[in-house]
Unconditional design. Structure first.
Lengths: 112, 112
């Protein structure tokens, strides 16, 4: 049981480049979320999904896209990276809205 | 004004001390209250999860929620160097839009 896995662990992008952060879970969880963590700001919800084919925006969705074609995977896409998107990104999953969230190890992204 | 306020610390205490960590919030719709522990360069992990007001104890950890004052606390008894981490409070509304808000985190160092 691997839990929540994220790839890559580290990434450096140039402004304007695109990339996809991968997230997968093997716990058959319905809820999956993406957060970004910045100094002095805490964790902020970017997008979330309540099941395959269903996604919605969180607190800071601008500049990010998501889709969920399977229960296991929830990729986060940056279409045109900006320096303001330099952050640590965490993916999380839970069985339901009211259950414990399990977090992945994070992806450290730097946009130059 | 942020919906959830948390003193960032850092907080340094000697081994064996009782530690008190606190968060205040402004949104009375929050019903679920969580405390997460985050070690350096790792994802957060859930420590305590409480619903509505009251106390909950788990080993050396006690979580308190005072909804009338919009104030939550985490107490750590007999603190150990292994408790050195950042502690994040989090809150969730029970229905409607998935709203999961984290505090900025308090960095704790327990000195041997």
């Amino acid at each position: 049981n691997a839990g929540v896995t994220q790839t890559p662990k580290f990434q450096v992008l140039k402004t304007g480049q695109s990339m996809t952060l991968q997230c997968a879970q093997d716990m058959n969880h319905e809820y999956m979320s993406w957060y970004r963590q910045d100094p002095g700001m805490g964790l902020r919800l970017i997008h979330y999904s309540v099941g395959a084919g269903i996604t919605d925006q969180g607190e800071v969705p601008n500049g990010y896209n998501v889709s969920r074609s399977t229960t296991e995977d929830f990729p986060l896409r940056l279409l045109s990276a900006a320096p303001s998107q330099t952050s640590v990104y965490f993916c999380a999953s839970s069985y339901s809205r009211y259950n414990e969230q399990f977090f992945g190890p994070g992806t450290r992204l730097t946009v130059l | 004004q942020k919906e959830v306020e948390q003193d960032p610390g850092p907080l340094s205490v000697p081994e064996g001390a009782i530690v008190s960590l606190n968060c205040t919030y402004s949104n009375s719709a929050f019903q679920y209250f969580m405390w997460y522990r985050q070690y350096s360069r790792k994802g957060p992990e859930l420590l305590m999860y409480t619903y509505s007001s009251g106390n909950k104890e788990d080993g050396r950890f006690t979580a308190q929620v005072d909804k009338s004052s919009k104030y939550i606390s985490l107490f750590i008894r007999d603190s150990q160097p292994s408790d050195s981490a950042t502690y994040l409070c989090a809150m969730m509304v029970p229905s409607g839009t998935y709203k999961y808000i984290f505090g900025t985190g308090t960095r704790l160092k327990v000195l041997a």
